[in-house]
Design a protein around this ligand. Structure first.
Ligand code: HEC
Ligand code: HEC
Length: 390
C-alpha cells in the first residue's frame, strides 16, 4: 500500500486533472518524435523501447519484481518513483475502469504497454506473471503533455526523476546493507558496477542522444556504443545474452544469445536520435555569442570538434585535471574521465558524472576554481548562456 503522507494531496491533484481531461484536449508535441529513416533504425527503436532481452528471467523469477508491482505499486506511487507513462499508448477509459488508485491501475498500464521501459506479461485470468525492463526505463522520459509523468515519449532523454535505487531497494534479493545503499541513491542516479564490486558511487543517468559522432561511450570511455549496450543489457538488465571483457574478469556466455544479434539495430537507432535543440527563448543569444569566445579561449582545449570532446582523438583526463572525484574512475577499466560531449545541456542538469554541479553556473564556478580561469562576472554569465545554447 502507498505510504507517503503527501499522497492524498497528489490523489486530489490527479482527480482534478483527470476531470479536466474531460474538457481539455491532451497537449500537443513540443519535440517531434525521432524520425527513423530505414528498417534497421525502426527495429532498433522497437528494441530500445520494448525489448527486455529475456530479462524477465531475472526480474520475475529471481527478483520477484512482478509481485512488488502487483501487490504494492499503485499508479500514483509509480509516478512518484519517477516511472513515466506513454500517453500515446494509454487507453484512458480502460485505465480509469481498472481503478487508477489501486494496483489494478498499474497492471492495466502494463497491460497497455504504456509504462515507459517496463513490460508485463499476463496469464488468461489477468494475473501479472512476468515483468521485464528495457533501455527506455533509464534513457527515456515524457514531455508531461497530459499530466506530470504522463506524456509523449522522449527517447534518449535521461529520466532524471527515476528512483532506480529506491525501486531496487524494495526487492527481496538484497541484504539489508545493500538495501540501505540502494535507497540512498538520489533520483536519476544509478551505479552500473554495484552488482560486481559492491561499491557505490552512483552516476547521473546520462542522455543517450546526440551520440552519432561520439567514438567512445560512458563517462570513462569504456568502449564504443555496442560494447556498452551489451554490458548493460547482459550484466545490468540481466538479459539473456553474452558479454565478455577480460579487463573486468567478466565472461558471461548464454545460449541462445538474445542480445548480440540486436546490437547493430540498437546502435543505428541510438545514432539516429539527435540532441534536442534548445528552446529558442530560453537563452540570451547576444550573451551566448560572447560566451562562445570565452569557451573557445578556456574550454576548447578539451571540448573540441563537432561533439566537443577530445576523446574522439583518444584523450582521457585524470580526475584531478578537472577537479573530479576519482572514486568512480578507479572502478573502471580506464581510471580516467572522458571529456563529456556537450549537447542539450539545458535539458539534463545536474552535471558531471556524479551530478556534483547542480546548475551550469556551478559548472563554470567549478572550472574557475579548479583551473584558475580569470573570468569576470560578465564573462561567466555569457559562458553560461553559451552552454545553454548547446
Ligand atoms: C538502470 C538504468 C539503466 C538502464 C536500464 C540502461 N542504462 Fe544506459 N546508462 C546508465 C548509466 C548510469 C550510464 C552511465 C554509465 C557510465 O558512464 O559509466 C549509462 C550509459 C549509457 C550510454 C552512454 C552515454 C554516453 O554519454 O556515453 C549509452 C549509449 C547507454 N547507456 C545505452 C543504454 C542502452 C542501449 C540500454 C539498454 C540495452 C541501457 N543503456 C540501459 C543507466 C541505464
Ligand atoms: C582539461 C580538460 C577540460 C577542460 C579545460 C574543460 N573541461 Fe569540461 N569536462 C572535462 C571532463 C573530463 C569532463 C567530465 C567530468 C566528469 O563528469 O567526471 C567534463 C565535463 C563537462 C561538463 C558536464 C557535461 C554533462 O553533460 O554533464 C560541462 C558542462 C563542461 N565540462 C563544461 C566545460 C566548460 C564550460 C569549460 C571551460 C570553462 C570546460 N568544460 C573545460 C574536461 C575539460
Amino acid at each position: 500500500m502507498v505510504k507517503p503522507s503527501h499522497v492524498p494531496l497528489r490523489a486530489a491533484r490527479t482527480c482534478i486533472a483527470a476531470l479536466s481531461l474531460l474538457v481539455v484536449a491532451p497537449g500537443c508535441r513540443q519535440f517531434p518524435e525521432t524520425a527513423v529513416t530505414n528498417d534497421l533504425e525502426a527495429r532498433g527503436r522497437d528494441i530500445f523501447r520494448d525489448d527486455t532481452f529475456g530479462d524477465e528471467r531475472f526480474w520475475t523469477d529471481t527478483a520477484r519484481l512482478h509481485e512488488l508491482v502487483a501487490r504494492e505499486i499503485e499508479p500514483l506511487e509509480a509516478l512518484g518513483l519517477g516511472v513515466k507513462v506513454d500517453m500515446d499508448r494509454l487507453n484512458l477509459l480502460k485505465f480509469v475502469a481498472h481503478n487508477p488508485f489501486g494496483t489494478g491501475g498499474t497492471k492495466e498500464l502494463l497491460r497497455q504497454g504504456a509504462v515507459v521501459g517496463m513490460r508485463g506479461t499476463f496469464d488468461e485470468s489477468g494475473n501479472l506473471v512476468k515483468v521485464g525492463i528495457t533501455c527506455a526505463l533509464c534513457h527515456s522520459t515524457v514531455d508531461n503533455a497530459l499530466l506530470p509523468g504522463i506524456g509523449h515519449r522522449l527517447d534518449g532523454w535521461p529520466n532524471r526523476d527515476l528512483e532506480v535505487g529506491k525501486i531496487l531497494s524494495k526487492l527481496p534479493i538484497f541484504t539489508p546493507q545493500q538495501k540501505a545503499v540502494l535507497a540512498s541513491w538520489p533520483p536519476g542516479y544509478y551505479d552500473p558496477r554495484f552488482n560486481f564490486d559492491g561499491k557505490s558511487t552512483p552516476l547521473t543517468l546520462p542522455p543517450a542522444h546526440g551520440l552519432a559522432q561520439v567514438k567512445n561511450e560512458t563517462y570513462t570511455a569504456e568502449g564504443p556504443i555496442s560494447y556498452w549496450n551489451a554490458y548493460v543489457a547482459v550484466t545490468q538488465m540481466h538479459g539473456h545474452g553474452s558479454f565478455s571483457d577480460p579487463r573486468l574478469g567478466i565472461n558471461i556466455v548464454q545460449t541462445p544469445d538474445d542480445v548480440t544479434p540486436k546490437l547493430a539495430a540498437l546502435r543505428a537507432y541510438q545514432h539516429s536520435i539527435p540532441a534536442p535543440p534548445t528552446p529558442g527563448a530560453s537563452y540570451d543569444r547576444g550573451a551566448a555569442d560572447r560566451g562562445k569566445r570565452v569557451f573557445d579561449a578556456n574550454c576548447a582545449s578539451c571540448h573540441v570538434g563537432g561533439s566537443l570532446t577530445d576523446n574522439n582523438d583518444g584523450v582521457l583526463h585524470a580526475p584531478s585535471e578537472t577537479g573530479m572525484d576519482s572514486a568512480y574512475a578507479a572502478r573502471t577499466t580506464q581510471k580516467r574521465y572522458r571529456t563529456t560531449p556537450l549537447r542539450a545541456l539545458w535539458q539534463h542538469a545536474p552535471y558531471f558524472h556524479d551530478g556534483s554541479a547542480k546548475t551550469l553556473e556551478d559548472v563554470v564556478d567549478h572550472y574557475v576554481q579548479v583551473r584558475r580561469f580569470q573570468l569576470s562576472r560578465g564573462e561567466r554569465r555569457d559562458l553560461v548562456e553559451y552552454l545553454k545554447s548547446l
